[in-house]
Design a protein around this ligand. Structure first.
Ligand code: F6R
Length: 365
């Protein structure tokens, strides 16, 4: 049931404050502001040599953000690959490592094949799943649920933020188990997670402004999304969302790679969406943005108050997200890229919930 919404995708974008809150209540203890692990673990985070993540599409981008979190907050080395590459590379894996598979449907053929490869290599098999009655869930040693409810729109939205929320909780739990996070550091991270539902509600208020921007975006032939650090996967996710529902060509690029080639594409006809909430890297990203501006590129900057003040005058539009801890900023910055794709597609009149050539669950290789 779409309720008052025109599309399932719009409903699923809108309900994220509630779905994130639901996911959070599973992964954190709100009262004590600590990470909670409710699943019995067949492995010990403290002695893990390495974490190997495989997934496809949007789920892969969630894993890319999680890599930053596990490495930063748990000092756990992470390898991440798209499942269709990982499975054929047949990488050597250390015995007793942990392999994690992220899948909304739990049925993606390449992700399942990657899982079976890892199972044959003496890895602990964990999965992060929405559809718990699924093949990937059944074949895992431990299943972490993302608990966002059925996702109907083909373009994944609330499953992505639920995946990120669950992964954030797991990274904090791993950081505690590995002795990296002091109780106070853990409390601060969990406090930031607990604030997510209200921060996401606030980010959703930019919708009217984004509808206006989307009208311009719908006339573009190509759109570039830039991000650095943990915002790079959000740039890729924004580009994927735009491609799949509006059919406009888009690319997510690490901001620092711009001058190694893609800057040649920049002209007045190329909108550039810069995902850069204030963090320790924001100045670097903003200086890449200035290079785009100097070549006439039309910049749409997604940032917070501090980032907006540092941005200067070169920006055509600033979409504001609330000021949050850099830990949870990727989740909050996801909201505007989802809304941009959605409203661009609506402006173009495409079939938002059932984009051409795409299926909700990809069970062929
Ligand atoms: C993008 C999208 C796809 C899926 C991918 C993996 O909006 O929906 O890229 O994320 O096909 O699907 P799951 O998570 O079901 O394995």
């Amino acid at each position: 049931d779409k309720g008052n919404h025109r599309h399932f995708m719009a409903k699923e974008i809108d309900e994220q404050p509630e779905t994130i809150s639901h996911t959070l209540s599973h992964y954190v203890d709100m009262a004590s502001e600590t990470a909670a692990l409710r699943e019995g673990l067949p492995f010990d985070f403290a002695s893990l040599p390495r974490l190997t993540i495989s997934a496809c599409g949007t789920a892969y981008y969630a894993g890319c953000v999680a890599k930053y979190w596990f490495e930063r907050y748990a000092r756990l080395p992470v390898d991440i690959d798209v499942a269709s590459e990982f499975r054929y590379r047949e990488p050597p894996l250390m015995p007793n490592g942990l392999s994690l598979f992220i899948s909304q449907s739990g049925e993606t053929a390449d992700t399942l094949a990657a899982l079976r490869y890892c199972a044959s290599q003496d890895q602990h098999i964990a999965s992060l799943i929405n559809t718990l009655e699924s093949t990937i869930a059944r074949e895992s040693d431990v299943v972490f649920p993302i608990l966002c409810g059925p996702e109907i729109g083909v373009a994944s939205t609330k499953a992505f933020t639920a995946q990120l929320t669950a992964l954030a909780g797991l990274a904090v739990a791993a950081g505690r188990a590995r002795g990296v996070l002091t109780p106070e550091a853990e409390r601060q991270l969990v406090h930031a997670l607990v604030g997510l539902p209200s921060a996401v509600s606030e980010a959703l208020r930019a919708e009217t402004q984004i509808m206006e921007i989307a009208r311009h975006l719908s006339r573009a032939k190509d759109v570039l999304y830039l991000g650095r650090g943990q915002m790079f996967p959000i740039a890729m996710e924004g580009a994927l969302k735009l491609k799949e529902i509006s059919y406009i060509h888009a690319e997510g690029y690490p901001a620092g790679e711009l001058k190694h080639g893609p800057i040649a594409l920049i002209d007045e006809d190329m909108p550039v969406i810069v995902v850069a909430p204030s963090d320790e890297l924001v100045d670097k990203t903003l200086s890449n943005m200035q290079e785009v501006a100097a070549r006439g590129g039309r910049i749409i900057l997604i940032t917070d108050e501090v980032g907006a003040n540092a941005a200067g005058k070169d920006v055509a539009e600033i979409i504001r997200i609330p000021q949050v801890s850099s830990f949870v900023a990727p989740i909050v910055a996801t909201i505007p890229v989802q809304l941009l794709a959605y409203h661009t597609a609506v402006a173009m009149g495409t079939d938002v919930d059932q984009p051409r050539n795409l299926a909700k669950s990809v069970t062929v290789e």
